[in-house]
Write a protein that binds this ligand. Structure first.
Ligand code: ATP
Length: 264
């Protein structure tokens, strides 16, 4: 479903600030794979998601979604097959628009532009039904502005919007990092549910090692723009944070350095 072949991303190439963020990076995900991505400070996790989403072009290598080579496609042309949820709950939804209007934008993606035709009662019913899955009472607040919602409610709504049209690829970019622990667990549970129901191919960057171990069917650890650990199946289920840190040390020859990971 996702084939990343030998991509290299260099920032400020040819200057004193040259920085190789991804170095001949390869990864293949099968349909329905849910991979968690962890790594130390500056390992290249965000750059990887940005390259896959088309925010950044790559210097070398190729990216295929399904059979389609998207390497040269700009972000907006990949957007119809990619759903993305960011760390910042303010991104991904329009604060000044109502909950139902936000959902309508996501629901009509790729069909008609804008909301010129209003929202029919039939559509409203569909949105209520979707929202009831979040179990946050939002189905009774359809016309409330999204800006009134809490960070967790907003992130749950963003998640729903990102998965509504069954994207071929779901990118979760530290999407629970700004939430309190209880809300983060709730949004993670919803993420698992949506991924499972839609059999969505998913990449989740997290700085929380426990989350990386407990979610998904595969875990990769990055270091200096490369994959240094790739753990699947039973081996992943048996992982502990302690064991993961030890394996990082063995694979990289360094101590794990990610301030946020070690604090969480
Ligand atoms: N827009 C940019 N311009 C220049 N350098 C960048 C840019 N974005 C990232 N980098 C550099 O690329 C490297 C990888 O950064 P990236 O943000 O992908 O790491 P990360 O694994 O997400 O780190 P963290 O966990 O600290 O957020 C770092 O050295 C970073 O300074």
């Amino acid at each position: 479903m996702l084939t990343i072949k030998g991509i290299t991303k260099i920032f400020n190439e040819g200057t004193v600030n040259e920085n190789i963020a991804l170095s001949n990076f390869s990864l293949t995900l099968e349909e329905g794979d849910f991979v968690t991505v962890i790594g130390g400070n500056g390992a290249g996790k965000s750059t990887l998601l940005n390259c896959v989403a088309g925010v950044y072009g790559v210097n070398q290598g190729s990216i295929l979604i399904g059979e389609k080579d998207v390497t040269k496609l700009p972000e907006y042309k990949r957007a119809d097959v990619i759903g993305r949820v960011f760390q910042d709950p303010m991104k991904g939804t329009a604060a000044d628009m109502g909950i139902e209007e936000n959902l309508a934008l996501a629901y009509r993606r790729g069909k008609i532009r804008g909301l010129g035709w209003g929202i029919s009662n039939k559509e409203r019913q569909i949105y209520k039904n979707y929202l009831s899955h979040l179990d946050l009472g939002l189905e009774d607040r359809l016309s409330d502005k999204v800006g009134l919602l809490s960070g967790g409610q907003r992130q749950a709504l963003t998640l729903l919007m990102a998965t509504l049209k069954k994207p071929r690829l779901l990118l979760l970019d530290e999407h629970t990092a700004a939430l309190d622990p209880k809300t983060a667990e709730k949004v993670l549970k919803l993420s698992d549910q949506f991924v499972k129901e839609g059999n969505l191919t998913t990449m989740m960057v997290t700085h929380n090692m426990r989350h990386a171990i407990e979610h998904g069917n595969r875990l990769i650890m990055m270091h200096e723009g490369k994959v240094i650990l790739d753990i699947k199946g039973k081996e992943k289920k048996d992982l502990t944070v302690e064991n993961l840190l030890k394996r990082f040390g063995q694979a990289s020859g360094e101590e794990f350095a990610n301030d946020r990971a070690l604090l969480s």
